[in-house]
Each structure stands twice: as structure tokens, then as C-alpha cells.
Design a protein around this ligand. Sequence first.
Ligand code: SF4
Length: 253
Amino acid sequence: MEVNRGRVVLGRVVRGGPLAHAHYLGKMRVSGQLGHSIRRRASKSMADAAISSGDVLKVIHQEIDECRICASSVQGLLKPASMKRGEAGKVMIVGKGPGRTEVQEGKAFSGPAGKKLEQWLSRCVPNPGEVRAGIYFTSVTKCLSPDPSFPILAKNCWKFLDRQIDAVRPALIISLGQEAYEALQVTDDSYAHAVCRLYDSSESMLFTRFGCHYKLMVWPHPSGLNRWLNEQSNMARLETSFEIVRSEMGVIS
Ligand code: SF4
């Protein structure tokens, strides 16, 4: 059992099937601060479940819009007035953070990388005419800062991503780029190994921080500056991942 960043990460302890999980859970005793933390999250999740995920998200979005925590320690912080993040469906996309276009337009993934992402999604979604339908878009950080400040923002902002996943409870999360993949902590695999692979949190964790298991597809960042996308062999991996995502979306839709 591992306690990470003050939150519970019961990961990487059991790699067997459901029986192995049951066996381990039967023996596990969680107490003290850790137990309190788990119970508090469980009761919060039950309370949140009593109201719709849309209502919970509205509250979270308002708190994000009002948050100025990083402004005191980061120079040049750019904060969108608000952000359109799409629909709370069964698929969630998690990027690194908003770019300048997103900050100006107040719409997640509205810049050039977002256009590329939409092209990728059009290869996977049931209706290519509505690539954003049923998908909730978010990022590790909700504001933009000079790159060296990213770890500060990510540390302060994690609580919002945590709550967004808890509210949406997606069946499939697609992470974009290394920072988003590492923030989700589903496996110990290096990003280079993980990219374009599908993971199932139930195979590496007893339970997640969010009270639900989900599948994770690790996509590269769709930025035009991402040189990984220039390699033909990498593009072949990405093509294969489109088929996997299309199949997953077919199962959960
Ligand atoms: S990055 Fe997140 S924690 Fe920092 S000011 Fe913006 S919303 Fe708040």
C-alpha cells in the first residue's frame, strides 16, 4: 500500500484477477488517518451521487473560476474567465493544461492541438460529425503559466482533477502527453512504454481515488511541436490505438 501526495493510492499491490483482489481485501485492514481519508471520500462520493454529476461539475467549475491560489507564487499566470468542457459522458480526455487559445476563447482544446485531437477522435467516435459528443474535456492544470511553473500549478490544481473524475466517473479516460499520463498514476510503466496502450485500473489497483475503476488510453500530446508524431512507426502505433479506442467506445456507448 502506498500513500501518495496525502491521498490514498492502493495501487500496484495485486496483479491477479477478482479472486486475488477479494483475498487481499479480506486481509486488508485500513485504519487511522488513512482509514478516515477513505471513509470521508466514500461518504462524499455517496453524497455526490445523490445529486447529478452535472450539478456537482457546476460547483467544481465555479470553484475553478474563482481559484487564484497559484497567482501568489507564479508570475504571469493566465487564467480563463471560464471554460467550456463538454458533456459529462463516459469518456474523459485529460490534457496538460490550457494554451493561450483556450484561455482566450474559454473552450477546452480549441487551439491547434485541439483541432488535431478532433481529427484523432473522428477516427474513434460513433458519429464523426459530432466528435465532442458525450466527452468531457479537462486538464491537469486549469490555468496557463510559463513551463517551469507547471509542477507548482499541478500540485495546487490536482484536487480539481480529482473531483472532476469523481463526478464524471468515466469508463474511459484518454490522457494526452506525459504530464497527464503521470498525473493519473495508473501504472508504473514509463510514458515511452505506455504511449498508445490501453490500461485497466482494476488490473493494477484495488480501487482508485475516485471510487470507480476506468480504462486509460495513453495518447501522445497532439501538439504540432511533438516530434514523436513525426516518426512513421509511432504513427502506426497511434493508428492501432484508434482501433482500440473505437472498440472501447462501442462497448460503453
Ligand atoms: S492552476 Fe488550478 S490551483 Fe492554480 S490558480 Fe489555476 S485553478 Fe487554481
